[in-house]
Design a protein around this ligand. Structure first.
Ligand code: SAM
Length: 344
């Protein structure tokens, strides 16, 4: 098995729009084999998909909620000659997506979380505090934007979003500054928000941009990224065959904590307590393949700074039936987007 781009990189060449992070270990852990069907739940620029298709004579179902990622993948669909199906959807629906494509069980699911370089580097998408554009941040283009949240949410909700999802220590000061600024005029652009945050969060030379955490928190909230992740993990549990592989690459501690807690909980093989034998634990649905997360080596980080914070975890599906329940206990407590938009 090889994890290179092979003929697919050559067929759909041109400059890389997004350099895949941890692409080789991700595809190696998927254990790609001839005749297998794999879900690339975060198709993006297709880097993982190319490597999977090059590794064996297999099929890939690629999913992305971003219509422009799916449109850009059209050439690859053509080159793959019936081996690649691309579907615009959210990955929390990945089991339903596979069934709609006529596939009842798959050999692997891979998630490469977060935003792509294409999204980050396009000012009109509103993800970047370094480039000025509309304050949008929606990966899928539907639903409320970051500007809707910033201009409608109550100060306490804003502070909680920025603290919990952005892990910003100065969240209260940021929320206060946002509420003060918007009372003069609505906050419509990434530059306007970045300037407001920079007025209350100081940074020293060499630190990350002062607006990094606030933008992260709003982006995760607007796209319900953690709810989507929990949905994808449980959907993968339902659609993977026994011995099928789940591989997840995350980019910040909130995501990694959810992946880790889910996999540790699902792979727990300890027997019930001898004092309370009636509390029988359900059979494990996964076997952990990574005791510690796999991280990028110095070479990859030098080539691609995005790889710096990446953590890969992998597990193999056991034959036990998928657990009931939605695993929402893994999520931080925050009000729903619709409630936040009501303001206070
Ligand atoms: C880091 S990029 C993936 C890059 C890809 N592995 C590659 O090599 O080109 C993440 C992609 O996942 C998509 N995405 C994020 N959350 C999603 C969700 N809930 N459902 C579907 N796609 C999602 C984003 O739109 C983005 O295109």
């Amino acid at each position: 098995m090889t994890a290179g781009g092979g003929g697919f990189a050559a067929v759909v060449g041109g400059p890389a729009l997004h350099i895949p992070v941890l692409g080789r270990p991700a595809v190696d852990f998927l254990n790609v084999h001839d005749g297998g069907v794999y879900i690339d739940a975060t198709f993006g620029a297709g880097g993982y998909t190319r490597a999977i298709l090059a590794a064996a004579n297999c099929k890939v179902i690629g999913i992305d909620r971003d219509q422009s990622a799916i449109a850009l993948g059209a050439d690859l669909v053509q080159a793959a000659n019936g081996r690649l199906t691309l579907i615009e959807d959210r990955f929390s629906n990945l089991d339903a997506v596979a069934r709609s494509a006529g596939v009842d069980a798959v050999d692997g699911v891979v998630l490469d979380l977060g935003v792509s370089s294409m999204q980050l580097d396009t000012p009109a998408r509103g993800f970047s505090f370094r480039l000025d554009g509309p304050l949008d941040m929606r990966m899928g283009g539907e639903g409320p934007s970051a500007a809707d949240v910033v201009n409608a949410a109550g100060e306490r909700d804003l502070a909680n979003i920025i603290f919990i999802l952005g892990e910003e220590r100065h969240s209260r000061a940021v929320a206060r500054a946002i509420v003060k600024a918007r009372s003069a005029a609505p906050i419509r652009t990434t530059r306007a928000l970045a300037d407001i945050v920079s007025s209350v969060v100081r940074s020293r030379p060499g630190d990350i941009h002062p607006a990094t955490r606030t933008f992260q928190g709003l982006r995760i909230f607007v796209n319900d990224e953690l709810g989507e992740l929990v949905g994808a993990l449980t959907a993968a549990e339902r659609i993977l065959k026994p011995q099928g592989r789940l591989v997840a690459v995350s980019f910040h501690s909130l995501e990694d904590r959810i992946v880790k807690s889910f996999l540790v909980g699902r792979s727990d093989t300890r027997a019930g307590s001898r004092h309370a034998p009636e509390l029988k634990r359900p059979s494990p649905t996964f076997r952990l393949l990574t005791k510690r997360p796999v991280t990028a080596d110095a070479d990859e980080v030098a080539r691609n700074p995005r790889a710096r914070s990446a953590k890969l975890r992998a597990a193999e599906r056991e034959p036990a039936p998928a657990r009931a329940g939605d695993a929402s206990d893994l999520l931080p407590r925050l009000p729903a987007l619709a409630d936040v938009l009501q303001g206070h």
